[in-house]
Design a protein around this ligand. Structure first.
Ligand code: ASP
Length: 325
């Protein structure tokens, strides 16, 4: 059976059964609450299935091209694991320097080549908007696995799924996003999804790493309750989730600017003493020194559990986009 051809991103309000099959996943802006709940339901089923039998043949015969122009451990390997657990196979291009990219091939041409072999393409790229550029020429679905400082939609889905699995709810949650909110694409995507739930955001960063104005505009437009803070202690006692991020060294033009802000917030066991006993600590990883490893044994440290959720959510998306969920 041939895979559905890609027909752009879905418009909000389009019929439910046309919102994933054959579609690109470029930005969290394409999802509404019903879409998110659908992804979470399928991801939960995937979690149960993996726990019971490990694999299925839902995507047997399907091929995923995993095209990564930037380093990745979790996103790249979880897409591979997700596809393989669904019975499909993967063309993995993790080191574009060993591909025709090093001969000067454009992103558009590389995507055209890979989609000739594959049924969908997962793309990570250092430039904002790269996934949309790829989608503009692609006949097969493109899944944005991070475009520079832009978005990381599949990470945001797994982050919300983690909160839902850990706390049993998304409505009523108070969520602190801590660290490099300027360059952290995961927090750009995650913050934008808050509009679909009753989630209050506390944005904690040094002023030089504050959430970009365009994300704040989207929050206001979506009616999200949010406040900005420099001092973590202003919110530590009230939040349910501490979502900690790395200061993104590779995005700084001047190393001195990085040195000035790195280590701005470090979560230690002493900090956690002032945090809710029923809260959770999350991190998209990799961590550098934002979370002291002495916190890892604390039951509230959810960042390693969060990783497994990534595979279930990516399995759900692959199945939905291939029209097989
Ligand atoms: N792994 C995440 C990303 O790709 C977070 C990070 O790199 O700090 O955006």
């Amino acid at each position: 059976m041939s895979s559905p051809s890609a027909g752009g991103v879905p418009a909000l309000g389009q019929p439910r059964d046309e919102r994933f099959a054959g579609r690109h996943v470029l930005s969290v802006k394409q999802f509404d609450r019903a879409d998110l709940e659908r992804v979470f339901r399928v991801a939960h089923d995937m979690k149960v299935m993996v726990g019971l039998v490990g694999t299925t043949d839902l995507l047997k015969g399907k091929v995923l091209a995993n095209l990564f122009y930037e380093p990745s451990t979790r996103t790249a390997s979880s897409f591979i694991a997700a596809m393989e657990r669904l019975g499909g196979s993967v063309i993995a291009i993790n080191e574009v320097k060993f591909s025709s990219v090093s001969k000067g091939e454009t992103l558009e041409d590389t995507v055209r080549v890979l989609e000739s072999y594959a049924d969908l393409v997962v793309l990570r790229h250092p430039e904002v908007g790269a996934a949309a550029r790829a989608a503009a020429v692609a006949r097969k679905p493109i899944l944005n696995a991070g475009d520079g400082v832009g978005e990381h939609p599949t990470q945001a889905l797994l982050d919300l799924f983690t909160i839902r699995e850990e706390l049993g709810r998304l409505d009523g949650v108070e969520l602190a996003l801590v660290g490099d909110l300027r360059h952290g694409r995961t927090v750009h995507s995650l913050a934008r999804l808050a509009r679909w739930f009753d989630i209050r955001l506390r944005l904690v960063s040094p002023s030089s790493l504050a959430m970009p104005a365009e994300v704040l505009d989207d929050l206001r437009e979506g009616g999200v309750t949010f406040t900005e803070h420099r001092d973590l202690d202003e919110v530590l006692g009230s939040v349910d989730v501490l979502y900690v991020t790395r200061v993104q060294q590779e995005r700084f033009a001047d190393p001195a600017d990085y040195q000035a802000v790195k280590g701005a917030y470090v979560i230690t066991p002493a900090v956690l003493e002032r945090f809710s006993p029923r809260g959770i600590v999350m991190h998209p990883l990799p961590r550098v020194d934002e979370i002291d490893p002495a916190c890892d044994a604390d039951p509230r440290a959810a960042y390693f559990r969060q990783i497994a959720m990534g595979m279930y959510v990516r399995m759900a998306l692959l199945a939905l986009v291939m029209g097989r969920a």
